[in-house]
Ligand binder design. Structure first.
Ligand SMILES: Cc1ncc(COP(=O)(O)O)c(C=O)c1O
Length: 394
């Protein structure tokens, strides 16, 4: 079949399976509210957990740097794109998470790609939680290593796979907070498994950095586990930090290897310095305004208590990611539409982003939400129409 017809056929199949994705262009800053097609909605699906994406301090820092340095880094880090602003950011990130060194990447996706490619060779093994983020899974797929997946959160299964393997080098990777489920990896147990099997451990803390731990340094801080030795931490900067990009932190010898060998670091333009400046401003706020985390946690508790009384199919999440499972894609789309009619924006998450039969509303809570906003969401979730939709999965 010629290309064009094949693609049209694929599109039709997607539409029929209710998994065709439509982008919606928002017409204002993304925050507690969203403006789409001229209408304002309460936004319950962004990753702006601390309300920093539209914070004036980040905008001012970015604008000041643009005036001084222009818009682009103009080269990769190893040519002439690395500026003192990137360096300062990396130093501050390392100090924040308690690591010897950190390196920034243009995106979390690229940072994840870097790790197996840098540290493993053909025939080595990468072991992953079954529900890891797509970028971790792709990182394992895109290089010539063996990729094995263990049952979600099942560290004993991970241990069995690692013990059985006679690969030269082994890497275990896991989300710290699972991006679509909101639950958390058993970090103590996984650290122990990796120590026992001499495996390197990479924690992708995209959804923990900024919000978890006493100071907001993330899941590892929350668990009292240091970054270093055989433990690498990845944080993304486009979620709680409200900016863009990502970093990997760990012992200098590992970070230096990434700088030398990671293709997704070497062969790409450095982050715009203005973005690095905005991130530095965000880190300062995260470190000096713990009340943002407190407000976020209060909002999560408030939502959780209210939603638990509705008998919807929620997951055991204590984080800002609060899914409601609906089953098939069509039901999830109907739920999204129902909520939109009530002024609430929550995009349906469907396969292949989540496993078949687990399409869902991925509700995210921010410190910017008012109690009234959460009340409005709960009222909408309590409606008869919503209850009928959720019954299909129970
Ligand atoms: C767990 C996880 N890791 C990595 C990423 C990728 O980060 P980025 O958006 O910076 O590419 C995301 C989300 O996008 C994520 O949820």
């Amino acid at each position: 079949m010629p290309w064009r017809e094949q693609l049209i056929q694929q599109h039709q199949n997607r539409v029929a399976a209710k998994v065709w994705r439509k982008r919606q262009a928002s017409q204002a800053a993304v925050g507690r509210e969203l403006r789409i097609n001229g209408k304002t909605y309460l936004n319950f699906c962004s990753n702006d957990y601390l309300g920093l994406a539209n914070h004036p301090a980040l905008a001012d820092a970015a604008i000041e740097t643009i005036r001084e340095r222009g818009t682009g880094a103009a080269a990769s880090h190893l040519i002439c794109g690395h500026q003192d602003i990137h360096q300062a950011l990396e130093n501050e990130l390392a100090a924040f998470v308690g690591a010897e060194k950190a390196v920034t990447f243009s995106t979390g996706y690229m940072a994840n790609l870097a790790v197996p490619q840098t540290f493993l060779e053909k025939g080595d093994l990468v072991v992953q939680d079954r529900l890891n983020h797509a970028s971790l899974i792709d990182a394992g797929r895109f290089c010539e290593v063996n990729l094995k997946r263990y049952r979600h959160l099942d560290f004993a299964h991970a241990r069995t796979i690692l013990v059985k393997s006679n690969a030269n080098k082994k890497l275990l990777t896991t989300d710290g907070v699972f991006s679509m489920d909101g639950d958390q990896a058993p970090l103590h147990e996984l650290t122990e498994v990796c120590r026992h099997t001499k495996s390197l451990l990479l924690i992708d803390d995209a959804h923990g950095f900024g919000v978890l731990g006493k100071t907001g340094a993330g899941s590892l801080e929350q668990h009292g586990i240091g970054v270093g030795g055989g433990v690498l931490m990845l944080g993304t900067l486009g979620k709680a930090a409200g900016s863009f990009g990502a970093f990997i932190a760990g012992d200098a010898v590992y970070i230096d290897s990434l700088i030398q060998h990671a293709r997704s670091y070497i062969y790409t333009t450095a982050l715009p310095p203005s973005i690095a400046s905005a991130t530095r401003a965000a880190i300062k706020i995260i470190q000096t305004e713990p009340d943002r985390r407190e407000k976020l946690n209060a909002n999560i508790t408030y939502f959780r208590q209210a939603v638990d009384e509705l008998h919807l199919k929620t997951l055991d999440s204590k984080t800002a990611i609060q899914p409601i499972l609906l089953g098939d894609s069509e039901t999830a789309l109907q739920a999204t539409e129902l909520l939109r009619q009530q002024g609430l924006w929550i995009t349906a998450i469907r396969p292949p982003t989540v496993p078949e039969g687990t399409a869902r509303l991925r509700i995210t809570i921010s410190c910017e939400h008012h109690q009234n906003d959460i009340d409005q969401l709960i009222t909408a979730l309590r409606s008869d129409a919503m209850r009928k939709l959720s019954e299909t999965i129970q």
